[in-house]
Design a protein around this ligand. Structure first.
Ligand SMILES: NC(=O)c1ccc[n+]([C@@H]2O[C@H](COP(=O)([O-])OP(=O)(O)OC[C@H]3O[C@@H](n4cnc5c(N)ncnc54)[C@H](OP(=O)(O)O)[C@@H]3O)[C@@H](O)[C@H]2O)c1
Length: 291
């Protein structure tokens, strides 16, 4: 039997990790879902699973939100299918490690489009309906790193700072309405994120990491409670509180050291090669001068 719920949740990044776990939980509550990511096969089989397990309408819309017309394709599909979400979970994002000057312009543009512009455009599309019925909720997935600069993940950190700032501003603009706006700022979560961003977790990070399901559960509770910011996990919440007391310049310095130490700066090999090249060039110069 199909759920009689009037709630429809639009979830980006729903094919894996936190987005997928949130979609599963919402479906288990009887809410209908529209799932967005690039991988069509994953979305379709997940949608079939949600419908057969929870009796909800589940639709997959495959589109690349990092492409300049990706959001337009999504919005066109929503309009054609007459999907009017009452919940929006902006979860899709990618990270990338390494020195800023080594990143390609194309990769940076894709990250900025996905992590910031897509959130703005999708939110702008769904809000008029929420305002018209004076009902809705928006969960924007940021990160604990939104609170400080992240050397060797400079643009990722900056996109998350954007998400946090945008979310808190929007929340104030919507005060007095029945639309909840919550920022979710997780610490380390065991998902495909790290592999996609080009690094592996240290043992300490892995041991203290949360699962996507744990994050999804506490995030949806925080959204229902209309919390402004939610940092899942007690240790993460304490760390976030403590970090807010430390000058961001010092945190940036410590983060740069950590990124170099864990190989995420990806500088060691390059800098060794540079040193060798400089030495080689000097030897050649000296040899030519002595001829
Ligand atoms: N994992 C962590 O430690 C951690 C910590 C703090 C914050 N976060 C945040 O949590 C959110 C979810 O990340 P996750 O950990 O669940 O990572 P994940 O498992 O890699 O999931 C990312 C999701 O985004 C989708 N996606 C990626 N590129 C896309 C594109 N161009 N267009 C449309 N969809 C795209 C992916 O599906 P396709 O590949 O099929 O497109 C996938 O469904 C992100 O906002 C991330 O910044 C994660």
């Amino acid at each position: 039997m199909i759920s009689q719920s009037s709630e429809l949740a639009l979830i980006t990044g729903a094919s894996s990790g936190i987005g997928r776990a949130i979609a599963e939980r919402l479906a288990s509550q009887g809410k209908h879902v529209v799932l967005v990511a690039r991988n069509r096969d994953k979305l379709e089989s997940f949608a079939r699973h949600l419908t057969s397990t929870y009796g909800v309408r589940a639709t997959g819309i495959a589109c690349d939100l990092a492409e300049p017309d990706g959001v337009h394709q999504l919005i066109a599909a929503l309009v054609i299918e007459q999907h009017k979400p009452t919940m929006l979970i902006n979860c899709a994002a990618v990270g990338a490690t390494g020195a800023f000057w080594d990143s390609s312009h194309a990769a940076l543009s894709r990250m900025l489009l996905l992590n910031t512009d897509a959130i703005v455009q999708i939110t702008r599309h769904v809000l008029p309906h929420m305002l018209a019925i004076n009902h809705g909720s928006i969960l924007n997935v940021s990160s604990m790193v939104s609170a400080f600069p992240v050397p060797f993940m400079a643009c990722y950190g900056a996109t998350k700072a954007f998400v946090s700032s945008f979310t808190q501003a929007l929340r104030q603009e919507l005060r007095g309405s029945d639309i909840a706006v919550t920022e979710l700022s997780p610490g380390v979560v065991l998902t495909e994120f790290q592999q996609a961003a080009g690094y592996t977790l240290t043992d300490t990070e892995r041991n203290s990491a949360m699962t996507a399901d744990q994050v999804a559960e506490s995030a949806l509770r925080a959204l229902a409670q209309r919390r402004a910011v939610h940092v899942p996990g007690l240790l993460n919440a304490i760390a976030a509180f403590a970090l807010a007391l430390v000058p961001t310049r010092f945190i940036a310095w410590c983060t740069a050291r950590f990124m170099r130490k864990t190989g995420r700066a990806k500088l060691q090999a390059a800098s060794r090669i540079d040193v060798l090249r400089i030495r080689e060039a000097r030897h050649k110069d000296i040899a030519q001068m002595s001829e």
